[in-house]
Design a protein around this ligand. Structure first.
Ligand code: SF4
Length: 73
């Protein structure tokens, strides 16, 4: 199990995460910021628990602001 944490409010809309991991990230049509699909907001960040982090690892490594984190559970 892993928890993906996305500090969405700091997103600069570069699109890198959605490009390497479209299964989990998409760019919002509303505000053009990245959205972690199916996540829930918790204290201002968005979180999603998954069995395997999968391509979220790549998303975390390409994000220029390092606002995507993977926590092992
Ligand atoms: S890679 Fe980071 S800064 Fe770029 S869209 Fe994704 S979350 Fe936002």
């Amino acid at each position: 199990m892993a928890k993906i944490i996305h500090d969405r409010k700091r997103c600069i809309r570069c699109g890198a995460c959605a490009s390497v991991c479209p299964e989990m990230f998409e760019m919002s049509e509303k505000d053009n910021m990245a959205t972690l699909k199916n996540s829930k907001e918790n204290n201002g960040v968005f979180e999603l628990e998954v069995d395997e982090a999968g391509c979220a690892e790549q998303a975390a490594s390409v994000c220029p602001l390092k606002i995507i984190e993977i926590e092992s559970l």
